[in-house]
Design a protein around this ligand. Sequence first.
Ligand code: F6R
Length: 357
Amino acid sequence: EKGTYPHYMLKEIDEQPLVMRKIIQAYQDIDGRLSIYSQIIDAVTQADRLYIIACGTSYHAGLVGKQLIEKLAKIPVEVHVSSEFVYNMPLLSEKPLFIFISQSGETADSRAVLVKVKEMGYKALTITNVPGSTLSREADYTLLLHAGPEIAVASTKAYTAQIAVLAILADVAAKSRGYSEDFNLVHELGLVANAMEVLCGSKEEVEQMAYDYLTVTRNCFFIGRSLDYFVCLEGALKLKEISYIQAEGFAGGELKHGTIALIEEGTPVVALATQKDVNWSIRGNVKEVIARGANPCIISMKGLNEEGDRFIIPKVHELLTPLISVIPLQLLAYYAALHRGCDVDKPRNLAKSVTVE
Ligand code: F6R
């Protein structure tokens, strides 16, 4: 039930701090340490390469998951779109493990890959929100998202839940491989939940941003570097699917290789700046688009913020920023769709579970 909320999407955006806390609890052992069923950790740590397979928003969570697993557990990861992987499989490593990410657990494109890799004799892990779903039943192992039912077509809380579960998987695998950095994930995810709460309390500010940048525009660009780039892909997908504004996410450095040609007087360009190493270079990209007349909307993390930034998100661990930087982008899409009179929860041409290939 959506209760007092006008839309499921807004309710589900607001549930994200609670979902973070549920996930932390669900993956803690009695001593408060993060823990995952040892058979799953063995399968992950014995693989020489992980193949993450997913579609849409779940694919975007997989891109972030790759960074987390490679940085923390130091296991190589590839991320593939299901519908491409099935017909154009890359050369596989000797001991691959397949990880399917699917909110619904019913996505036909992903299932087609699962059936194929099982036929080839490989093991598979499904990360899903729905226990007993097809992808969960047909894989060897399952990790649950604990996000509660997601009703709105546009995925929000499942995306952040997927990243949190991937972070936990990366952390537990890292510890099991003997890489225990100075990183207390339970504590860091707690800070993320608090930061999410702050952001969910900034709706009026984001609504005003949607009004200022997106009321009349035909298109919108999202630019970021490193982890911010992946969040930009997700921010653009959210905006196009519910507001029908043509939106694209780009790596900041790729702009000058073509896309910058599309920047006109007043084109909205949302830039994410949450990564210290690339803060200088993304701000250079912002200057490039301003010089072509763009209307920039900089969303930065506290500590990296500069004068003129439009929105500042609280500081969290640098590897976990996607969990919070996505929230203003989800809200931006929500309010843009609302202002433009679109059906937020049931956008045209889309279904919640895509059960055809
Ligand atoms: C976007 C969205 C879709 C799904 C995609 C995969 O908001 O909802 O892009 O993410 O269809 O769905 P699942 O995760 O159920 O496999």
